[in-house]
Design a protein around this ligand. Structure first.
Ligand SMILES: [Zn+2]
Length: 193
């Protein structure tokens, strides 16, 4: 899937989580905004193992760095596309947030971490619907896909992804916010300080 679809999927997963399980604690507006950004980064982070990822393309020596990282992580759709990868990135991001916490006391790093992880996991779920599949159980080198028959899965950047999957996610978000509007108001009123 493309970065755009992954970001939309990450946002969708975050919306569902927040509206169905509203936060019990109050968070600052800054935490909410940073959490949305962390969610988007988490949504594309697994493709760090792809040398052509937008992340690398936009850096001057990105191509080279991207290829090196790809080799280290074992190639596209390898470590960062598995349960093991979820654990490694989860610990790594938690470590970075703990280092940053003293400088940003107004931010609830746990919420930001959760938003990142929701994005990250949504990426793996979306990739499971693509032809390539996802090696969920690494180091067991088997790629899983839904549906099991490859012909029925989505190709990255294809017509189906651009004109069916992406718009469907967009419409779902509109519908979901519409039916959960009271909960959204409640969260904004009582849980953002
Ligand atoms: Zn991917």
């Amino acid at each position: 899937m493309t970065g755009r679809t992954h970001d939309m999927a990450a946002f969708t997963a975050l919306s569902i989580t927040v509206l169905l399980y509203p936060p019990t604690e109050q968070i600052t507006l800054a935490t909410g905004l940073v959490a949305v950004v962390a969610n988007m980064i988490g949504g594309v982070a697994p493709d760090i193992d792809q040398p052509t990822a937008p992340l690398w393309r936009n850096l001057p020596i990105g191509g080279m760095v991207g290829r090196t990282i790809t080799r280290l992580l074992g190639g596209h759709r390898f470590l960062s596309h598995s349960i093991l990868g979820i654990a490694v990135f989860g610990y790594g991001f938690d470590f970075i947030l703990n280092l940053l916490q003293p400088s940003f006391p107004a931010l609830n790093m746990h919420i930001i971490w959760l938003a990142f992880m929701i994005g990250f996991i949504s990426h793996l779920i979306m990739d499971t619907f693509t032809k390539e599949g996802v090696p969920w159980l690494l180091p067991i080198p088997v790629k899983f896909g839904i549906p099991p028959l490859k012909v029925f899965r989505v190709s990255t950047g294809s017509f189906v992804e651009k004109f069916i999957v992406f718009p469907a996610l967009l419409i779902f978000n509109g519908y979901f916010y519409f039916i959960h509007y009271p909960e959204l108001l409640e969260i904004v009123k009582y849980h953002i300080k």
